[in-house]
Structure formats: C-alpha cells, structure tokens
Design a protein around this ligand. Structure first.
Ligand SMILES: Cc1ncc(COP(=O)(O)O)c(C=O)c1O
Length: 328
C-alpha cells in the first residue's frame, strides 16, 4: 500500500530502540542496554516532539492562530525544531539567541526562515542574568513580562514552563518504549535540561509499572562553571536540578519522578559517545554520550544483571562537529 506523508509534522516520534550489542560486549555488560535514537526525528532531535506538541496544543486552545509569530528563547534543539515546524505550518518564527551561538546553529535557524535576534539586544534580560548570576528561569520570566507582553499576535512557546513539553513525552516517548519492549523494561535513563523528557517518559512508564526505576542525569561538578573553572566544556542542554534554589528548577521538571540522580562529567560523556560510534556505528551528541555512560555504570551493578535499561539519546553527533566531541 502506498504511504506518502504530507507534512514533516507526521514524521515526529516513533523513533527506533536499538540494543547496542557490540558496546555491551566491549564492556562485558550482563544487562541489556537499549538506546532510543531520537536523531531519527525529522530535525534530528528529541525536541521535535515538544516543538510539535507546544504548537498543536496552542492551536487547539486558540492561543496560536494563522498569521501569528511563534517566539522562543533558545537556539538549541528546541529552537531548531520549532523553526522547522513553524515553516511547515506556515507560521513566522522569531528566536532570541545567546551571543555565543555556534555558526552552524545560526545557519540552520536562518535556513528555516527564522528571524534571529540576540538576547544581548535586550538589556533588560542581560540585567536579570547579571543580577542573578545566570538564572535562566528568572530571565525567561522577565522576557515574558517585558518583551512578549508588548507584542501582538505572538505565541511564546516557553519550553521551560510549557506543560505540553513533558506532556508530549507522556503521550509518545513513554508509550513507544513500553510497546517496543513489550513492557519488559526495568530502568529508564534520561538527561535533565527542562526535565520534560524524564518527567513525561518516567510518568508514563511508572503508570504502567510502578517498579520501573527512573535515573535522571545531571552534570558533574567539573562540568559546571565555578570560580576555579569559569568556562568548562559543558554537556549541551543538560543542567543541574539539585543543589540549586527551588525557583531555578523549571516547572517542566517533576522532582518527584526520579529514583536516582546520576552525575556525569563531560569527559565521560565524550568517551562513551566516541566508543559507541566505533562499536555500533551510531553518531550521537554529548548528552547522548552521558546517557550511555550512566547506563553502563548502572548495568555493571550486580543487582542489575539480566535487567533491561533504556537510555534516551537526545540528538545527533553531526550537531557537534565544531565542538571537541569528535575532535580527537
Ligand atoms: C542535546 C540535549 N540533550 C538533553 C536535553 C534535555 O532534555 P529535557 O529538556 O527534556 O530535559 C536537551 C534539552 O535542551 C538537549 O538539547
């Protein structure tokens, strides 16, 4: 039967689950490690799911209408996903990016027809970031109050407080893992940025089987800016959700969902991503390397022998060619 899609919106999700058999052998693992390859989404990241959900939920509510401009404050995967979905659905897209955004990200956003603005062109945002020592949640709140509220016919997607973000994972990522494993999954490993992935996927899987363990990844101390190391190599998109003031945790992060917090350093993430590229032929980003590193350590625990661990790999290594990830 013919099968022709009519919009990239139909291509979001239903990503494959792959057992990394060669990597398991390399590490003598006695647990299964299954990786969910989110780079199979139409714009190569897990964020296509939330971009589509934030747009379509807003359309249903009537918050987003034909002729409107969609706005977001990230040049990361969410910005790219929204730029593509906006193009496919005929909306304008305006994104406010940080000054240090890489050339390739800038080019991708422009290619999709996005209007790209610099956050530094908005002094009110710079002031908040400076006053709070870089509190992005506070900066976005100010952005809504001072900038978005003065614009007409716009929809601010706001991935760090939009509940369509975790909602999309509860509706799609979680059920896909459950179906593809026939419910035989013991441990979920996921990174935390906005917390949408771990919260929504974890919530669905626990609703099916409360014994499923959820492991949430945050960066280790050497991978975060500090007085002695103000500009470390960071794990893109992954942020601490413990050891910070409560008001800095995004509303999209359910702090009651995880059973274990696992810290990964950038160098450990790099090593895992480089290894799995050579062992199994998958090219993934830094946070995906972090998920594989954490899954490996968890798989080595004697109590996890014979168990099935699912690690969510957020994006493709092609988005990191200008970083040190594969620069070896
Ligand atoms: C590359 C990458 N990995 C991981 C994450 C974390 O995912 P979430 O925001 O769902 O917690 C993000 C989010 O920005 C990301 O861009």
């Amino acid at each position: 039967m013919a099968k022709v899609y009519e919009s990239i919106t139909e291509l979001v999700g239903r990503t494959p689950l792959l057992e990394i058999k060669n990597y398991e052998k390399l590490h003598n693992l006695e647990a299964k490690v299954l990786v969910k390859l989110e780079y199979y989404n139409p714009n190569q990241s897990v964020k296509d799911r939330i971009a589509l959900a934030m747009v379509e939920d807003a359309e249903k509510r009537g918050d987003l209408k034909p002729g409107y401009t969609i706005i977001e404050t990230t040049s990361g995967n969410t910005g790219i996903g929204l730029a593509a979905i906006a193009a496919a659905k005929g909306y304008k897209f305006r994104v406010y990016v940080q000054d240090n955004v890489s050339q390739e990200r800038f080019q991708v956003l422009k290619a999709f027809g996005a209007e790209v603005y610099k956050l530094s062109d908005e002094p009110v945002i710079l002031d908040v970031l400076q006053e709070t020592g870089g509190d992005f949640v506070a900066a976005v709140k100010k952005f809504r109050e001072e900038i978005v509220s003065k614009l007409d016919n716009v929809y601010f997607a706001d991935q760090i407080s939009n509940l369509s973000n975790p909602g999309s994972h509860e509706k799609t990522t979680g059920p896909e893992i459950w179906e593809d494993t026939d419910g035989k999954v013991d441990i979920l490993v996921a990174n935390v940025g906005t917390g949408g992935t771990v919260s929504g996927t974890g919530r669905f899987l626990k609703s099916q089987n409360p014994d499923i363990k959820v492991v949430a990844i945050q960066p280790g101390p050497n991978s975060l800016p500090s007085e002695t190391n103000p500009t470390p190599e960071e794990i893109t998109g992954v942020h601490p959700f413990t050891g910070i003031p409560e008001e800095r945790i995004p509303a999209t992060m359910d702090v009651n969902i995880y059973d274990e917090k696992f810290e990964v350093e950038t160098v450990e993430a790099y090593t895992a991503a480089r290894e799995v590229a050579k062992s199994d032929g998958i090219l993934i980003g830094t946070s995906s390397g972090a998920a594989i590193y954490a899954a490996t350590q968890i798989a080595k625990r004697p109590e996890n022998k014979g168990k099935t661990i699912v690690a969510i790999l957020p994006d493709t290594g092609l988005r990191y060619l200008s970083t040190n990830l594969f620069n070896v």
